[in-house]
Write a protein that binds this ligand. Structure first.
Ligand code: TYD
Length: 217
């Protein structure tokens, strides 16, 4: 699998951020905006996106089994490997755009930032599993934790998934790791204020996308 995006103009865009910050709504709105410009776009998410990766998603999130932190990180990497080989890579090779709700930075934030792995170890798994394929642009959605807690309660009630249900201090570490990654890689990351209406946030997303779709600043 070779990344052809540079040759075809297709781009690989990821949304990242904590739970309930509006990533899937914004991914959907971005896909519609790109399609309305005549672009072919694949919308996908992690963990998941291919039958194999969706099966791993169910193992990770929908069972009460307590995976150890090592097995958990390997499973996320295995799901991503299947997703890159089966969907993302072929789409970019065809010249389609790819918009993905969570990707490698979620593993870095949750398994390294929130857990016991180092960032380097997570990136090594990504090299082994997925040829270290990185997005062209990562939109990191950010909102204050109390704002997010309200949205999550509306969405999930008391039924948050196994990872979403972890402690506030865990989620604080995750948020901090996301912020640090964005600071260290300002070329790839754009911080997007996720407060306000979905339309407000979408406008900010489109401003960040302007250079990639040739619409000026
Ligand atoms: P999901 O329902 O996709 O996310 P959200 O709650 O943002 O709508 O749940 C995915 C969960 O898996 C979420 O809690 C983050 C976690 N996760 C990791 O820990 N590592 C990863 O690599 C990925 C992709 C997700």
């Amino acid at each position: 699998m070779e990344k052809m995006a540079g040759m075809t103009g297709a781009r690989f865009i990821t949304f990242e951020g904590g739970e309930g910050v509006g990533k899937s709504t914004q991914a959907q709105m971005l896909v519609e905006a790109l399609e309305s410009r005549g672009l072919r776009v694949i919308q996908t998410r992690e963990p998941g996106g291919t039958p194999g990766a969706e099966a791993i998603r169910a193992l990770l999130l929908d069972t009460n089994y307590e995976w150890g932190t090592r097995a958990e990180a390997l499973l996320f990497a295995a799901a991503r490997s299947d997703h890159v080989a089966g969907l993302i890579g072929p789409a970019l090779d065809r010249g389609d755009w790819v918009v993905c709700d969570r990707y490698i930075d979620s593993s870095r934030a949750y398994q390294a930032g929130g857990g016991e792995w180092s960032d380097d170890a997570i990136l090594s798994l990504h090299t082994l599993g997925s040829h270290a394929l990185m997005p062209d642009l990562t939109l990191l959605l950010q909102a204050p934790l109390d704002h997010v807690a309200q949205r999550l309660h509306l969405r999930d009630g008391d039924n948050s998934d196994r990872i979403g249900g972890k402690s506030a201090s865990y989620h604080k570490r995750v948020a901090e790791h996301f912020r640090q990654m964005a600071m260290t890689d300002p070329e790839r990351f754009v911080l997007v204020d996720a407060t306000g209406t979905p339309e407000d946030v979408h406008k900010r997303v489109m401003r960040a996308m302007a250079p990639l779709i040739g619409e000026g600043g």
